[in-house]
Design a protein around this ligand. Structure first.
Ligand code: NZQ
Ligand code: ZN
Length: 392
């Protein structure tokens, strides 16, 4: 088990009606004026935005509104947000939405504390030193941004999707009412479940021995998400299923399921390039690439994949041959993805890269052939291209 530092400063306010506390939560932060940041309009259609505004009014917190964040959030909206916040004297950021809206707010938060171009942090040209305070109202269980140290932005210049990790952007509070996710289309529910599973799988597929408690937490979380996703797709207004998924989404990406392990994260790096170049939904992109990644790397430690197969997916353990059990597990995971309407290859994802685009994907994912990705098996530009091609 590796040494680790576990830091989760976010206050979680969870349950029915939780959003009504938003105004008071901001006031308790000593803030005077908030930016209410949101996406393409779901929060208007559901009436949530109105309730949030009312809650801020009741608490005497001033606010300005900025909507229009798109999935795979763009830098142009971030620049617009920074300008608006400076002009209006905003001192608190309140994203109301999913990962894209929260990530856009995090980038605005960095930008408000920086004189240069905020993309510098995503291009790894600078390290953030400060971030304006953020509190989130979550409407989609998926990215885990409400408790993570991460934000992922897409720069329209070059269509690069890049992440920035820093504890500075962690939300002061996260308001989580599972009922707010009842209106999600089935595809978003499935994408969300996939992303949540993948955040734990990226940490679980480790070469680090002696992580039995972290393994047990991870396996329990994954079993719960698989079962609850099936229920939520069958019965979208099932509170218990929505609640399990929502809480799992936060725990899957706040570091808990990675304590003592060394994360892999190759599938996420592979997906980010797909998202940047083809604008696919993040969860669907992960499902499309995972099986190919798994088949490419499992021989490094078949016993780990066999443990996943047995403890998470209930596969029969073939003690004589862990490789066979490992492959059964990969197939069972793909069966699950298909059963919830997720793609298991690029064609099903709706992406058919040309020869040139396969090379471009690998070139971009390896940062112009200057880095490797993954730790379960370290992957160079040729491995990366091979996995994209396997996923055809
Ligand atoms: O824009 P609106 O109209 O609100 O619609 C959204 C959007 O179209 C819709 N939606 C959200 N809540 C809804 C709803 N529709 C109906 N009812 C509701 N309650 O869902 C669509 C997708 O929203 P988005 O925020 O893009 O989804 P998600 O939460 O999956 O976020 C994906 C983004 O997060 C990044 C991904 O790369 C992607 O850009 N990630 C962020 C991470 C982080 N910050 O820690 C980690 C992840 O690995 C991931 O990379
Ligand atoms: Zn993710």
């Amino acid at each position: 088990m590796k040494n680790f530092s576990y830091y989760t400063p976010t206050r979680v306010v969870f349950g029915k009606g939780a959003e009504l506390q938003t105004g008071e939560l901001i006031k308790a932060q000593g803030a005077k004026k908030a930016l209410i940041h949101y996406g393409g309009g779901s929060v208007k259609r559901t009436g949530l935005l109105e309730r949030i505004c009312q809650s801020l009014d009741d608490a005497g917190v001033e606010y300005v509104l900025l909507g229009g964040v798109v999935p795979n959030p763009r830098m142009s909206k971030v620049y617009e947000g920074i300008e608006l916040c400076r002009r209006e004297g905003v001192d608190f950021l309140l994203p109301v939405g999913g990962g894209s809206v929260i990530d856009s707010a995090k980038a605005i938060g960095y930008g408000l504390c920086y004189d240069g171009d905020v993309w510098d942090f995503y291009a790894k040209k600078a390290v953030p030193k400060a971030c304006a305070p953020i509190g989130a109202v979550l409407t989609l269980s998926a990215a885990g941004s409400e408790m993570s140290d991460s934000s992922v932005l897409t720069n329209e210049e070059g269509w690069l999707k890049r992440g920035c990790n820093s504890d500075l952007c962690r939300c002061r509070f996260a308001v989580m009412n599972p009922e707010l996710t009842y209106t999600l289309p089935p595809y978003q529910t499935a994408c969300g479940a996939t992303d949540i599973l993948m955040h734990t799988m990226e940490r679980y597929f480790t070469r680090e021995p002696d992580t039995s408690l972290t393994d047990a937490l991870a396996e329990g979380l994954m079993r719960t998400v698989i079962e609850s996703a099936r229920t939520a797709l069958r019965d979208p207004q099932n509170y218990d299923a929505r609640a399990q998924i929502m809480w799992a989404g936060s725990l899957s990406h706040n570091g808990l399921t990675g304590c003592g392990t060394v994360g892999d994260w190759a599938s996420h790096q592979l997906e980010h390039e797909l998202g940047g170049m083809f604008d696919v939904a993040h969860g669907a992109g992960l499902a499309a690439i995972w099986g190919s990644w798994a088949r490419y790397v499992y021989k490094e430690d078949p016993a780990r994949f066999a443990q996943f197969a047995v403890n998470v997916l209930g596969c029969k353990n073939d003690f004589a041959d862990p490789r066979r059990t490992a492959l059964r597990g990969i197939e069972a995971m793909e069966d699950f993805y298909r059963s919830i309407g997720m793609p298991t290859n690029l064609r099903e994802l709706g992406v058919e890269p040309t020869e040139e685009q396969f090379r471009e994907l690998a070139y971009k994912c390896s940062f112009q052939n200057t880095r490797t990705i993954g730790s379960f098996k370290v992957l160079n530009i040729d491995d990366i291209e091979a996995i994209y091609r396997m996923a055809k």
